[in-house]
Design a protein around this ligand. Structure first.
Ligand code: BG6
Length: 494
């Protein structure tokens, strides 16, 4: 492993994201040798903290993340962290930051490589990017890259404005927009699954696939994030980004190679084929839900409207299901059904590729569960299990010729998963190496926001009948009806 030399400047260094995700991920990179002697981190935020206090925060963050670390190792890691309080709107503060950065560059020999990490309220992203430029923080001798967290806007217009703002200071090839789902093992493995297996590539199209289902189910509620969630809802929080990104990897044409430009190009072409709904189509093809109160595993759970910092009349959705069509040669007529929600039965992220049934059934007898032949279904289990299952029809053992489900199952072992890098560790390493394959680009965001905006505007104009689902279930009835209407059903039905 070769050490990556650099200086990180983290805006929002005292925040929740930095503490929960970034510091543990940086530590993993340190433990694996990607960060060693020649790196430093400047954390900034409004509060004024001495370096020692900040290093205590690093300690707490590693302890909470339950990483395996000796006292010596932790001390050596934390010694690379410096803190600088910063009013992000005040130019004078960037001058102080510039001086500290120059000093640490020299002290640690970072070769002038810098990563600016935006992990704070998005309304400041544009200002920060501009001040970085105007106050000359950008170095001439190394690389300068910006990592930017979601939410990237709240609709097309605000995303465009944000993009214009940061683009005034950074080029597209310096901007790393994070979608942490793109750093997950099984999402990354979609490339290998799809593009190295001829028996799958041959059938990955409308001739053989009946429909595709993507489920991002969570059992948790909104937790302590209501302040943000009340302005977002599931559609902005999970659909515009994570779900649509997964869709593009499942549906895109084979990229010419595995370089970022080729992959981005393939994803953008996929989104170009997204059928843009008008208002009526959006209202027919998308349904929403909000959880009520209920009891799960003996525990009384509050309704969303009764959660802390949620308005008692909130119309924000905690559940979305929808049908999305891709109008291109490969997918025309094949619906992508997607759904996500909080307080559902279990945490489960999975992709089900539902194939067309055998056109002829020579047996003509109902199977054990009283169905004629079942379709083949390839499931990509993203979480909590990580692996694949393939549902095949087989013959029941014995004299009869009854068909039964013979599912092939492959799962990575717990140990393999535990030892493999977390999404953030992977993505940050990608940014250190200038590899943008697992980051999102403006063209993709523009299309997905335009698609989602029609639904959002439609919903905002109507009063929903909330709450409409009970915790511990798979969401509102309307989500079942969405598929029943097409004579289909959700494959994953716990
Ligand atoms: C985040 C959303 O992007 O993803 C959260 O803001 C959600 O609301 C989370 O809980 C789910 O991520 P994961 O990795 O736990 O599936």
């Amino acid at each position: 492993v070769q050490e990556r030399k650099k200086l990180f400047i983290i805006f929002g260094g005292s925040g929740d994201l930095a503490q929960r995700k970034l510091y543990p991920a940086l530590f993993q990179l340190f433990q694996h040798g990607y960060l060693k002697d020649h790196f430093a981190v400047i954390g900034t935020s409004r509060r004024s903290w001495p370096d020692e206090y900040y290093r205590g925060i690093i300690h707490d963050s590693l302890a909470a993340a339950d990483v395996n670390v000796s006292a010596d190792e932790e001390k050596s890691f934390a010694s690379h962290f410096y803190y600088q309080s910063n009013d992000v709107t005040d130019a004078a503060h960037y001058v102080v930051l510039r001086k500290l950065a120059a000093k640490l560059d020299a002290q640690y020999g970072t070769d002038g490589n810098r990563i600016y990490y935006m992990a704070m309220a998005p309304r400041f992203f544009g200002t920060i990017a501009n001040q970085i430029k105007s106050e000359h923080l950008l170095t001439d001798n190394g690389y300068n890259r910006l990592i930017i967290e979601k939410p990237f806007g709240r609709d097309y217009d605000s995303a465009k404005k944000l993009n214009d703002d940061i683009s005034a200071a950074f080029n597209e090839n310096q901007i790393y927009r994070i979608d942490h789902y793109l750093g997950k093992e099984m999402i990354q493995s979609l490339f290998a699954l799809r593009f190295t297996n001829p028996i799958l590539s041959a059938v990955w199209n409308k001739e053989y696939i009946d429909n595709i289902q993507i489920t991002l189910a969570e059992d948790v509620g909104v937790g302590d994030r209501a302040g943000y969630y009340e302005t977002a809802g599931s559609l902005r929080d999970m659909v515009q980004n994570h779900i649509m990104q997964i869709m593009s990897l499942v549906g895109m044409e084979p990229p010419v190679d595995f370089s970022a430009p080729s992959v981005t190009n393939a994803k953008e072409r996929f989104f170009d084929s997204l059928r843009m709904y008008d208002h009526d189509q959006a209202m027919t093809n998308f349904v929403r839900g909000q959880y009520g109160a209920g009891k799960v595993a003996g525990q009384e759970l509050k309704a969303y409207r009764d959660e802390e910092n949620v308005s008692p009349t909130s119309n924000i959705e905690t559940y979305v299901a929808g049908k999305i069509m891709i109008d291109n040669e490969r997918w025309c007529g094949v619906p992508f059904y997607i759904r996500t929600g909080k307080r559902l039965t279990h945490k489960s992220t999975q992709i089900n590729i539902v194939f067309k049934k055998s056109p002829i059934d020579i047996f003509q007898q109902p199977t054990t569960n009283n169905q004629f032949l079942e379709p083949n279904v390839l499931t990509i289990n993203v979480e909590p299990n990580e692996g694949y299952t393939l549902q095949l029809n087989g013959k029941e053992v014995g004299q009869s010729f009854q068909t039964v489900d013979n599912t092939l199952d492959f799962a990575h072992s717990k140990k393999t998963i535990q030892d493999s890098p977390q999404a953030y560790e992977r993505l940050i390493l990608g940014a250190l190496d200038g590899n943008m394959t697992s980051f999102t680009h403006w063209g993709e965001l523009a299309q997905t926001w335009k698609f989602v905006d029609v639904i959002r505007q439609g919903w905002d104009a109507e009063q929903p009948a909330f709450p409409n689902y009970t915790p511990g279930t798979m969401g509102p009835d309307a989500a079942q009806e969405l598929l029943q209407r097409d004579n289909r059903q959700w494959f994953y039905a716990p």
